[in-house]
Ligand binder design. Structure first.
Ligand code: CUA
Length: 358
């Protein structure tokens, strides 16, 4: 007996297409060898729940607001679902039950289910407005220290207008002093966030988005860009280094001084390599003639920083050599060109020079 029902057949073409697609996805997930084996510097943005482990009064307020809202909505959730479950269990009618009583309006119930949510939302609004006002006001006495945090593809520039200091990918701040961060962008939209210290704030081109923060305790806190901004978005990390006011003053003094003159012939050769290649077009080093570019990070004291390339590699002669030779291998999409034609001698001298810039 023949059947009209034919079994569905999977076409070989479909199988091949799915197989190739799966293989491509797996291939894309495999990290590139240089990327996977690259030594990465330490960077600690706190635990996954960092915003709920606040280290500044401003983040304390935001964390408190979260808990207040969670409890408020938890009470509503339990009330609504509790009533629903009780209704289902207690008042379910059997299949043969007679129709229930028909209700045409109940003023008390209608007023209460309008008024109660209204009052809850008014309460939530008042608390939120108060916290928004408070975190937009300096939480410590005294004039704030202004710091411009400018996002670039893909690194952070920090500029202290009142101190004349400029650095990259790490921002030193004095503990207990109110800070006023002015978050800007040199190109596309970035987002500035050290999750334990301040609220997330967008870096928009042509706009000054300011945020107050005070950090009472010394320590090192990680931050990053939290808005997708192109290929190397993931390598746009920074560190906030909270120091005692005394240590901060020493840091400022050191930053303002030009780096020491080359102390040996290798470092002197490195300085010459730096000056005679295109490095000076994009980077500034105080005291080096012609080196006043601002497209890339200021390198005046690069040897003292926690990392190069916004967290892509630690600072050492071998890692700086790897970086200059082929930056794209460690930070895909980076705008700095590699220098594969530089001789090993020149490359080592250049890296030694840069690392010596403490
Ligand atoms: Cu800058 Cu993402």
């Amino acid at each position: 007996m023949s059947s009209f029902v034919s079994r569905p057949r999977i076409s070989p073409r479909l199988l091949i297409t799915v197989g190739v697609a799966l293989a491509l996805v797996l291939l894309a997930l495999l990290p590139e060898t240089a990327l996977a084996s690259a030594p990465r510097p330490n960077w600690n943005p706190g635990p996954p729940w960092a915003p709920l482990d606040p280290k500044s009064p401003e983040m304390h307020m935001i964390s408190n607001l979260f808990w207040i809202m969670l409890v408020l909505s938890g009470i509503v959730f339990i009330g609504v679902f509790g009533a629903l479950i009780i209704s289902i269990v207690r008042f379910s009618a059997g299949p043969n039950a007679a129709p229930g009583p028909q209700i045409y309006g109940n003023r008390i119930v209608e007023i209460s289910w309008t008024a109660i949510p209204f009052l809850i939302l008014i309460g939530a609004f008042i608390i939120t407005a108060k916290y928004i006002h408070d975190i937009n006001t300096s939480q410590a006495a005294g004039p704030p220290l202004n710091i411009i945090a400018r996002g670039h593809q893909w690194w952070w520039e920090f500029y202290y207008p009142s101190l004349g200091v400029v650095t990259a990918n790490e921002v030193h701040v004095p503990a207990g002093v109110p800070l006023h961060f002015h978050v800007e962008s040199a190109d596309v939209i970035h987002s500035f966030w050290a999750p334990q210290l301040q609220r997330q704030i967008d870096a928009n081109p042509g706009q000054d988005n300011a945020v107050f923060v005070t950090m009472p305790e010394t320590g090192v806190y990680g931050g990053a860009c939290y808005e997708y901004c192109g290929d190397a978005h993931a390598w746009m990390k920074f560190e906030v280094i909270v120091q005692t006011p005394h240590d901060f003053a020493l840091w400022v003094k050191h930053q303002k001084s030009p780096p020491a003159a080359p102390s040996n012939s290798l470092i002197a050769l490195g300085r010459t390599v730096f000056m005679t290649h295109t490095c000076i077009k994009c980077h500034t080093i105080t005291g080096v003639p012609g080196a006043s570019g601002s497209v890339g990070p200021n390198l005046t004291h690069v040897g003292s920083r926690w990392a190069i390339a916004a967290g892509a590699l630690p600072v050492s002669v071998p890692t700086v050599m790897m970086w200059i030779h082929d930056p794209n291998a460690y930070k895909p999409g980076v705008l700095m060109p590699g220098y594969p034609l530089l001789s090993q001698k020149d490359l080592r001298a250049l890296a030694t020079y840069l690392v010596s810039l403490k």
